[in-house]
Design a protein around this ligand. Sequence first.
Ligand code: PLP
Length: 229
Amino acid sequence: MKKISENVEAVKKNINEACAKVGRRPDEIELIAVSKTFPTEMILQAYAAGLRKFGENRALEFRDKVPLLPEDIEWHFIGHLQTNKIKYIGRRAYLIHSVDSLHLAGALSEYGQKNRIEFRVLMEVNTSGEESKYGIHLQEAQDLFMQIDRLPNIHLKGLMTIGPFTEDEEAIRRAFRALKQLQQELQAKVDNRKLKVLSMGMSHDYSIAIEEGSTMVRIGTAIFGSRGR
Ligand SMILES: *Cc1c(COP(=O)(O)O)cnc(C)c1O
């Protein structure tokens, strides 16, 4: 397997190329290295290669790993979050990508008020219609957005989606376009400066996501190698 530093360079090069293709600036794209299942030594290699933004998807793993790693890492929580595990994320999550219900948003709001934490969050939307996946259905997204937006100690920064698992590039594009369109519809309803973040694109589809307007890509495999099962 290639060295992590080489993988990081390759990913950055692809980001630059995708940006060039559609006339975007590479500094519009934030790279989140998804370090779930990987040991701290590997995270430190990515850190040494210059990365400072990392993502984890399980609350207990997040709780256990974060204190072992440098303080200046910006941690992103990207997985499904159960309300009884909010306490393991607490103040160390810079951004929670995966708010997928009013129930979770309400619990975060309550926890935030009690513990004086202001949570930055994204609303996770299911843009592919695949039933097994977490995420708010597109049709419900506007309503839910307005309700979450009113909660104290919760700051909606944008939207997140996971593209469909398919080889069909058009289907992937359609999903990412749907998220971009939802962003524009919501921005028309609220303050236009809000909701800047579009978290979309993983190892197999981040170039497409960038072409379709992503501002944050979540890359695991292409940086750390395959996780196995
Ligand atoms: C694991 C994961 C990723 C990274 O996936 P790769 O295909 O390894 O790049 C991105 N987003 C979420 C929500 C994940 O759970």
